[in-house]
Design a protein around this ligand. Sequence first.
Ligand SMILES: Cc1cc2nc3c(=O)[nH]c(=O)nc-3n(C[C@H](O)[C@H](O)[C@H](O)COP(=O)(O)OP(=O)(O)OC[C@H]3O[C@@H](n4cnc5c(N)ncnc54)[C@H](O)[C@@H]3O)c2cc1C
Length: 609
Amino acid sequence: MPHPNQYKSNLRDLSFLLFEQFRLDELLGKEPYANWGKDEVNAVLEEAYGWVQKYLGPYNRSGDDEGCRLDNGQVHVPGGFKEGWKALFEAGWRTLAVEERNGGQAGPFSLAMMVEEFMCGSNTSFNMYPALTQGAADVILTFGTPDQQATYVPNMYNGKWAGTMCLTEPHAGSDVGSARSQALRRPDGRYDIRGVKIFISGGDQDMTENIVHMVLARTPDAPAGTKGLSLFIVPKIRPDGAPNDVTVGSIEHKMGIKASTTAVLNFGDSGGCIGELVGTVEQKGMSQMFHLMNYARIGVGIQSLALASSAYLNALDYARDRKQGSSIKQWKDATAPRVPIIDHPDVRRMLLDMKSRVEGLRALAVKLTMHLDRAKAIERTTGDKTASEYHMGQVDLLVPLLKAYGSDQAFQICATAIQVYGGAGYLKDWPVEQYCRDSKIFSIYEGTNHIQAMDLVGRKLMQRGGANVQAFGKDVGTFVAANKAHPVLKDAIAVLAQAMEALTGTGGKFMQWFGGGKMEMVPAVANRFLEMMAETTLGWLLLDAAVIAEAALAKLPADHPDRAFYEGKRYAAQYFAFNVLPGVAAKAQLIAREDRSVLDIPAASFAPA
Ligand SMILES: Cc1cc2nc3c(=O)[nH]c(=O)nc-3n(C[C@H](O)[C@H](O)[C@H](O)COP(=O)(O)OP(=O)(O)OC[C@H]3O[C@@H](n4cnc5c(N)ncnc54)[C@H](O)[C@@H]3O)c2cc1C
């Protein structure tokens, strides 16, 4: 049974970020976004927001209640999902940023990701199926042969077929390189695939005619580790109509995203599973998968933002409505009128904490995706290599921040939202308990958050000889220099400058450790460093938004309805600067102490085994 939609987003914030802070309009009306103007972008946002409330939101809680069902080897999705799938592809939402020649609308990626926020937020489980399908189709489009592109991509972009990503095996989770699935060359150029993959999202369902599995496997003479992996297209039904030997071993019963199938898939149990190598060269599987994973990690960041945002907005509405206790100013008077809980300082603290983190994360998501849009625009027009390298470098640097900090925050924000509700938040009557359960997986899949932190400190900081991180520091420095005397925000901007200094100092410490035989310290503090960098970034972007808001406020009449929105930007930035950003310098001090407790404690000393 459908339930009334409970999903909420903040269209005013989306429009502020796209147009006032990150100036998407500079790119519109010319290549490669020649058919797009501000009106079209705003219309898409409004229409998509209405669409998800009608087609996806009502099936979020019912999907959680019903879950998926495995019956005779076939997985059945909950009620409303088949209709949602059909309507989704009819509306064309999945192809907003796909090139026209591939059947899409060639829109900005930043816009597509804001629509993605609505899709994930209104029904996280449902959106897993089309999002993974798009990822799989993009890989075939980027690396497949012309034949593979023609056979698979159109059917996946139009929703006739779905797609999955099959990396994980029972003994190969974070350690993808130890995957054992095999691919044996056949005389006809195809491969016999054998192996077991676990935890496969969308591994089976009854919404599409076919499912195209993207499977990492090893050819017999391939070297050990990730280098030896190749990527294969293994459809449930082969293009000639023959069923492939792919069976569902079981489906998992989970804490959250219950309406998203998580399946054990057996490939070639009866010796009849045939796959095609993606492209023509073996052992390129990991780099091909990485291409998909970069986008998938942005997708997880958007999932995180989406649930955090809806949790915040639902908690806000509840806090405006629920009356409890009297004002602190009348605490001695038992007859004083009861006030809405939003009047209590601690509830306001929780709400402002959530607001600043959600709006900071959304700013990070829009910044990141706008770098992609700008890089594409440069490549298609001036071809300025230095400029496009700058933008792509910032994308590389920001992806682990959005994925890992975003997902950790999402779970925390959903938990805080439950706290705002009190006991009601713990009940299924309100959406926040499901959000909290659904959001926990975000810090685990697509590479656990520690894998993201190691990617940041072990790879991204050193990329292009450190040029990406230097450019990041320069951008923050330019902002600080331009605004350090700001009449309203100067004190907050001084805290940002201190955070940036602390971050740079810790980066230097890592260099000493790498060079001075203390490398094992790096993984012990990598997650903390990622948090420092993410908080510095959010603080910067919130303050940048506040500077823009102050300028807008100076021009607005005292009774203008938009004043409250802009004032909210000021308060969010100041709260974050004075309550979260000082933690960056504190964390730098902790790291500088070189505490070795986690390294030195013997395994037996945690507790008796
Ligand atoms: C609901 C759900 C959906 C999923 N969907 C998919 C999917 O569609 N396709 C797919 O292929 N997989 C999927 N996965 C699998 C997911 O990507 C893995 O669970 C994840 O990569 C972690 O692997 P693991 O569970 O084996 O944990 P492990 O790798 O065993 O990790 C356990 C803990 O140890 C830590 N750890 C592991 N190795 C190291 C190391 N070298 N250094 C430091 N710490 C380490 C981890 O960070 C983690 O905290 C899904 C999982 C779930 C639960």
